[in-house]
Design a binder for this molecule. Structure first.
Ligand SMILES: [Zn+2]
Length: 211
């Protein structure tokens, strides 16, 4: 947990150095509040613009994190060649169409080809891509592509299940609020048995997705 905090801190600093403009975000939020017809000066809202600006620094930290910094010292040579699977990784992201949260679980597997990644790094990769304005389809592919590129396994599989507040909260005719996306690379794409083994292991004992 400690190093996670340091990372968020570091990322927050980088964002400031790289020009995420907190003052501009606060000004924009103040304008939005006024446009809602709110009294920006009332007690509960007085610090909201600055608070929202600080929040985005954290929620969007993934733009400024270098995945190689997370992974470089966590790739090990081993001869293990069975499927490595990390399932039920919680994620929280913001949809780029409405800037509302979507959240859920990611399941990530790969078939090693001489190299493995430290297990704790996979959730951090998920986090890195989640802390951006996203669409779930792209995020799923980005996670798979990064692991493919860095670990060079025989294959990578990523399945993400998400609940999108922009569907849940808006309108009377709700769209399908729950979305499942997948990216299958290498052996998981070519070999139906490998893909099935992965899909079977993630559905075994699966918990229903809740908010
Ligand atoms: Zn949306």
């Amino acid at each position: 947990m400690m190093d996670n905090h340091e990372n968020v801190y570091k990322a927050a600093k980088l964002i400031d150095d790289n020009g995420i403009d907190q003052a501009k975000i606060s000004a924009a939020v103040a304008e939005m509040l006024a446009a809602f017809g709110e009294n920006v000066e009332r007690e509960g809202l007085r610090n909201t613009p600055e608070r929202v600006a600080r929040m985005y620094v954290e929620l969007l930290a993934g733009y400024r994190q270098d995945p190689m910094e997370i992974l470089n010292e966590a790739i090990f040579d081993v001869s293990y060649d069975e499927m490595v699977l990390v399932r039920d990784i919680e994620f929280y992201s913001l949809c780029e169409h409405h800037m509302l949260p979507f959240m859920g679980r990611a399941h990530v597997a790969y078939l090693p080809n001489g190299k493995v990644i430290g297990l704790s790094k996979i959730p951090r990769i998920v986090d890195l891509f989640a802390r951006r304005l996203q669409v779930q389809e792209r995020m799923t592919l980005q996670i798979a592509n990064l692991i493919m590129e860095v670990v060079q396994p025989h294959g990578v599989a990523v399945v993400m299940e998400g609940v999108h507040l922009c569907s849940v909260m808006r309108g009377v005719k709700k769209h399908e609020a729950r979305m499942t996306t997948s990216a299958m690379l290498g052996a998981f794409r070519k070999n139906p048995a490998t893909r099935q083994e992965f899909l079977d292991s993630i559905s075994r004992g699966a918990q229903p997705l809740r908010l």
